[in-house]
Write a protein that binds this ligand. Structure first.
Ligand SMILES: [Zn+2]
Length: 486
């Protein structure tokens, strides 16, 4: 199996530390808002990498954290407020309640996208002591220093600080010390905060803890403050998976700052390599820009469902581009993906119909096709190629029961719930025969409501139709009705 390792910027043969075990850390979301589809794509991409490893026979221990403490990022500096605090004010509930609420929504959304649940889901606020211990180690070893405002990591002490990004520091003066650019006591502009004190611009911070660090600022008592963002991942990864892990993954935006800083502080604290393989996914883009939560985009799993899409339509769309490629999104593109997914299901149904009458599914795995599929996903998780191989196999004249058996095996990586859909969705039965006129009229009204983007009305009509015993099936050729069992 090969991965493109950002560390070294090349395709490398994958060799885990303790095979068949693989330790895998995925940088999780900041839980202050409904995660947009761009973020959902990142979750599906990590899920595909994990499933590819499982398909190859590895045992994967997978960690995805929740950042539930506020942080100033480049985008927040202008407003001067951190995201958890903004959300807390917006909704009039505590940061803890904000985190609980959005973790629940996030879990629901990724489950609907058939992302395998993480083995560990640490919350940053539960690891404050461990973070403080790592910061203390860095102070003791001389890699960190204290100003009135914060404890900083001194990047000049780490010779290979830029080894992940290969960036030239002078060209990247802003951003590296997010949220702390005003501190004139910093030694280097790129030094980043390990611990912020509750003073100055952070005087009103909502989530703070006592610490062993002593700020010279007279208004700071008991070292009170909160951790820097980067130290969270370093601490949780080390605490759960050990000082050196096999794979660390996140979005490409994390390369120059977040992951660079994670590596610096972890390796200086433990004296060991932090992660052997660094994988980075590209972004979902809409109309020439990144789809991001801070721009107020409302493109979520929930909205897709409101528009009549199945979460598997979203997953099918995400499977069509490689994790290291940008993918363009709008609702029309998703509609095309839905059509593709329904065509796949119809094709599978046609294959199933060719099986001898009353026959249970007892096919054999088609070794040659499986070999091709394995090669594709073993080549830096080339899922689009894997999907193309699946389509080719469907058109082949192999035995139908063998094809289906092999398709369901591939679906352990693709995660499209193909067997479930094929068994439950009676696609052949979808039709408008014998539907009362009144219900057909309501269906038309719903179509119109969706065109007018009146999703509340469309939803009400769906419910009313359901009350009358019919379910709406959104297909590539528009909406159809199916009679519900009495
Ligand atoms: Zn992280």
């Amino acid at each position: 199996m090969k991965f493109f390792n950002t560390m070294g910027r090349e395709l490398q043969e994958f060799t885990p530390i303790n095979p068949p075990k693989v330790t895998f850390y995925h940088c999780g979301p900041t839980v202050y808002w409904v995660q947009h589809l761009g973020n959902m794509r990142a979750m599906v991409m990590a899920d595909l990498v994990r499933r590819a490893l499982l398909y190859e026979g590895y045992e994967v221990e997978f960690v995805r954290n929740y950042t539930d403490v506020g942080h100033l990022t480049e985008e927040d500096i202008e407003s001067g407020e951190d995201r958890m605090a903004v959300a807390s004010k917006r909704e009039g509930i505590s940061p803890e309640a904000i985190a609980d609420k959005y973790i629940k929504i996030f879990e629901r959304d990724i489950a609907e996208l058939n992302v395998l649940p993480a083995d560990h889901k640490p919350r940053a606020t539960k690891y404050i002591e461990e973070m403080q211990a790592m910061v203390q180690t860095l102070l003791d070893k001389g890699y960190a220093y204290i100003t009135e405002q914060a404890v900083y990591f001194d990047i000049s002490k780490k010779d290979d600080y830029t080894k992940l990004s290969g960036q030239i520091l002078e060209a990247n003066r802003t951003g590296a010390g997010s949220g702390t650019v005003q501190d004139t006591q910093k030694r280097n502009p790129q030094d980043f905060a390990l611990w912020f004190f509750k003073t100055g611009e952070h005087k009103t911070a909502l989530q703070t803890w006592k610490s062993p660090f002593e700020s010279p600022a007279p208004d700071v008592k008991d070292g009170e403050g909160f951790p820097g963002w980067h130290i969270e991942c370093s601490t949780m990864s080390t605490a759960i998976l050990g000082p050196t892990i096999d794979i660390h993954m996140g979005g490409v935006e994390h390369i120059p700052v977040h992951h660079t800083n994670e590596i610096a502080q972890s390796e200086c604290a433990t004296g060991q390599v932090f992660a052997n393989y660094w994988l980075h996914n590209e972004w979902l883009v809409g109309k020439g820009r990144k789809i991001s939560k801070s721009q107020g985009d409302q493109q979520s799993v929930e909205e897709a469902k409101q528009r009549g899409f199945d979460p598997m339509d979203i997953r099918y769309l995400f499977l069509q581009s490689h994790y290291r490629s940008k993918q363009v999104f709008d609702w029309d593109i998703l509609a095309t993906a839905r059509k593709g997914r329904l065509n796949l299901l119809k094709k599978l149904e046609a294959v199933a119909r060719k099986m001898p009458e009353g026959e249970e599914l007892h096919g054999d795995l088609l070794e040659l096709w499986d070999q091709k599929f394995r090669e594709a996903i073993g080549d830096d998780v080339n899922v689009p190629k894997g999907l193309a191989i699946l389509w080719d196999m469907l058109k082949s004249d192999e035995k139908p029961e063998d094809i289906l058996t092999t398709v369901f095996e591939f679906d352990r990586v693709l995660g499209l719930r193909l067997e479930e859909y094929l068994m439950n969705a009676d696609l052949g039965d979808i039709g408008d025969d014998d539907v009362p006129e009144e219900i057909l009229t309501m269906l038309e009204q719903r179509e119109q409501a969706r065109k007018d983007k009146d999703f509340a009305l469309a939803d009400r009509l769906r419910e009313q139709i359901k009350d009358r015993g019919y379910e709406i099936i959104d297909t590539g050729e528009g909406s159809k009705l199916r009679k519900l069992d009495a």
